[in-house]
Design a protein around this ligand. Structure first.
Ligand SMILES: [Zn+2]
Ligand SMILES: [Zn+2]
Length: 370
């Protein structure tokens, strides 16, 4: 079967022939891969910033955002059945007895760093014809979400962040009075930094949760992303004509910041203007650039005097995948056109060079695998 792979040793990105995997355990599941999403991580692996092949292999099959269909199951499989559409999880636990996270099936919080990740770190990924994996890493998606299901994996980033926001904020009176259908976040104002797929999905998840949402991004408005943001009932604010200080005046008390740019300078600018009892979540991974000046006295003073919290989040556990599947169903009910418009191109496998090595285009580009 064909697979898109990198060979770090010779710095090549290739369409290769890869042996078709077979079920080798009673809880194994074989998937016919339908689609894979392309993201910044894939592009960075193809630029050889990271990406490690499995032990004993020169190449790494890439792809971690995926959708597959179950075609065969081992004899003890009970979580999925043949014909189910599933999203496989990405991270696999480390083998250290003492890793509290991995031993509790929460490898997204792995202590040792010796976890593996399909399509990223020491395990082949999903940009190929067939994949075999254990049933415990499979999440079933309803068939009516087939067209947009590829968004589940990138949406898990926002879902894990929002779950933790609610957990952390339980330490203070933060619950909005009187629960209504408007969502439990309806008395809070959230700013999303960045309008890429992770930012836009975060804006949708926050809006679906009732938050008043502002998306702050570089590009001047109007543009397709600002139109999409407005169609959610959220506001798009361009950094070209509005400084972070002006943004703060516009929003009022900024209760939540969901960072999805990977740009540290604008993030630390934002950190200076967040509100009382605010919570700031980092999801981006910046490249290493020259150090910049940060007003540490102001930030530290505010963090203390305004009871602020800053945290970072990576990867996702099973519950978060389930939340993402549920929320994607909500998005499709409330904003079907906007949700579909996040997928800006479906490409054949043969277009891999352009997609992975060319200039980024669109919002979420996918590769059709079968
Ligand atoms: Zn990704
Ligand atoms: Zn671990």
């Amino acid at each position: 079967m064909k697979a898109i792979a990198v060979v770090p040793k010779s710095r090549e990105v290739q369409l290769i022939d890869h042996p078709e995997p077979r079920i080798s355990s009673s809880t194994g599941v074989k998937l016919r891969m339908l689609e894979a999403g392309v993201c910044g991580t894939d592009r960075e692996i193809c630029a050889f910033d990271y990406g490690t092949p499995p032990a004993g292999s020169e190449h790494l099959v890439i792809g971690h955002e995926s959708l597959g269909e179950v075609v065969e199951v081992g004899r003890e499989v009970s979580r999925v059945k043949v014909g189910d559409l599933v999203i496989p999880m990405v991270r696999r636990p480390c083998h250290h007895e003492g890793c509290l996270a991995c031993r509790s099936d929460r490898q997204d919080f792995c202590y040792t760093g010796d976890f593996t990740e399909r399509g990223i770190k020491m395990q082949h990924g999903f940009m190929t014809g067939f994949v075999v994996d254990d049933q415990k890493y499979m999440n079933v998606v309803p068939r009516q979400l087939r067209d947009v299901a590829i968004l589940v994996e990138p949406l898990t980033i926002a879902e894990k962040a929002i779950k933790q926001i609610w957990q952390v904020q339980q330490r203070l009176p933060w619950a909005c009075p009187i629960e209504t259908k408007a969502g439990r976040g309806r008395c809070h104002r959230a700013v999303v930094l960045g309008a890429g797929p992770v930012g836009l999905l975060g804006a949708m998840a926050l809006a679906a949760g009732g938050f008043t949402v502002y998306v702050y991004s570089r590009e001047a408005a109007p543009n397709p992303k600002s139109d999409l943001v407005e169609s959610l009932g959220a506001q798009y604010v361009s950094a070209q004509d509005t400084s972070v200080e002006q943004l703060a005046e516009k929003v009022g008390n900024i209760d939540v910041v969901y960072e999805a740019t990977g740009a540290s300078s604008v993030s630390f600018e934002m950190l200076k203007i967040i509100g009382v009892n605010a919570i700031f979540v980092f999801t981006g991974v910046p490249g290493r650039k020259k150090p910049i000046e940060v007003d540490t006295d102001l930030i530290m003073r505010d963090m203390v005097l305004k009871n602020q919290v800053v945290f970072g989040t990576v990867n996702a556990g099973r519950e978060t995948f389930e939340d993402a599947i549920t929320d994607l169903g909500v998005f499709m009910e409330r904003w079907p056109a906007a949700t579909r418009s996040l997928i800006t191109g479906r490409n054949p496998m043969s277009a891999y060079r352009d997609l992975l090595l060319g200039a980024p285009k669109g919002i979420k580009e996918t590769i059709t695998l079968s």
